[in-house]
Design a protein around this ligand. Structure first.
Ligand SMILES: Nc1ncnc2c1ncn2[C@@H]1O[C@H](COP(=O)(O)OP(=O)(O)OP(=O)(O)O)[C@@H](O)[C@H]1O
Ligand SMILES: [Mg+2]
Length: 245
């Protein structure tokens, strides 16, 4: 893992909402083939970071380099075409569409559309429940199934890099375990993954490398197996030496 090349490098990124600065000088490096977690409490800026990389929010300055190519400020469809897709916060699905129609929405760009049948087979193999329910309206899915659909829709874009924004929110522990197992399988097939999480223990357990965000800044980072849960928690809450942020 440590020798693999950089998939995504974010350098000195700032993002504002009007006068409010939500991201302060964010730099990070995601290695190809890894699972990286972004840990932080409510309002830390995790979704803003993902949304800025996806081109949903515009950076004020800084650079975003994906696989050697600058993508900072590109519109979202071009970011997706370059190889990043996202399972958005709140496992948003299109309620009025069937499960399969939802999945096909993830393959809306030309290159992904050409391979849509192969991709459908892949996500149905990974999530058999979605195959069973493919003709049903997404509104009938349970919370866990919706989350699986949101992840599967992200995969339909055939990304190199998949962003998962709070995939465990509101789900039962047994469902969370199942979803993280799938994330591991997706990663083992070669996809690089960024997980956004509020749960410190879970983040460290399921990732190779972690970044801790507090008030729009990165306050701690390191190999997940080497970070102390207690210190991460202090950074997360901004206590002790992290209080200055
Ligand atoms: N569209 C917006 N307009 C103005 N301020 C925003 C907007 N979206 C987010 N913010 C603010 O930016 C900061 C970071 O929010 P963000 O949603 O990125 O945090 P987060 O870490 O994803 O939190 P959560 O865990 O609750 O999802 C917060 O102070 C939030 O109130
Ligand atoms: Mg968020």
């Amino acid at each position: 893992m440590t020798n693999s090349k950089s998939m995504l490098s974010v350098n000195h990124l700032n993002t504002h909402y009007g006068e409010f600065q939500a991201l302060h000088n964010i730099s990070l490096n995601i290695r190809s083939g890894s699972i990286v977690s972004i840990i932080g409490s409510n309002g830390a800026g995790k979704s803003t970071l993902l949304n800025t990389i996806m081109g949903i929010s515009k950076p004020t300055n800084g650079s975003i380099v994906l696989d050697g190519k600058e993508i900072g400020g590109l519109p979202t469809n071009q970011v997706v075409a370059n190889g990043i897709s996202m399972s958005p916060e709140g496992s948003r699905v299109f309620e009025k569409m069937t499960v399969e129609e939802n999945l096909l929405m993830g393959a809306y760009l030309k290159e992904a559309r050409k391979k849509k049948n192969e991709s459908l087979e892949k996500v149905y193999t990974l999530f058999p429940v979605l195959r069973e329910k493919r003709e049903q309206s997404a509104s009938f899915l349970s919370g866990g199934q919706r989350q699986m659909l949101a992840i599967a829709r992200g995969i339909m874009a055939r990304p190199m890099l998949l962003f998962c924004d709070e995939i465990s929110l509101g789900l039962a522990p047994v469902v969370i375990k199942d979803i993280y197992q799938k994330i591991k399988e997706i990663n083992q097939e070669g996809m690089t993954i960024v997980l956004v999480e509020q749960d410190v223990k879970r983040s460290l357990k399921h990732s190779d490398y972690s970044y801790v965000m507090l008030k729009g800044q990165i306050v701690m980072e390191g190999n997940s197996s080497e970070l102390s849960e207690e210190e991460v928690r202090d950074a997360y809450f901004g206590v002790n030496k992290y209080a200055k942020y």
